[in-house]
Design a protein around this ligand. Sequence first.
Ligand SMILES: [Zn+2]
Ligand SMILES: [Zn+2]
Length: 144
Amino acid sequence: MTTATAPEAIRASGLRVTESRAAVYAALSALPHASADEVYSAVVDRIPHASRQSVYNALNDFADAGLARRIEPAGRSMLFELRVGDNHHHLVCTGCGRVEDVDCTVGHAPCLHPSDDHGFEVASAEVTYWGRCAECAAAATSHP
Ligand SMILES: [Zn+2]
Ligand SMILES: [Zn+2]
């Protein structure tokens, strides 16, 4: 997906490279669709003195700079990912919360058009497919 190193990617998005930003970027590369708390746990493994606030700030800076994308499945904590700009969608498991990427149906935004656009120039459509992942479906079948 991305071949740039963390400092290169951060700098390319116009942000200053700091130790916590580099660690947050590395954590997000390893954990697509991570919540802020999951990113924080991964960062603390590498930088024990990292503060929760510095991790949250880095995530918000990344999202504001277009380096990361925030996804907010209804009723779940906000998730962050580095895959941006390709208008992809998500499958979310209602059982275990697993999230998978799904390529855009058409390849560019908006890939869905409302039946009535009320005069809007529609720029994007975010699609979340809800269902059970294969493991949760299998577990439900074996333990009804
Ligand atoms: Zn599941
Ligand atoms: Zn994604």
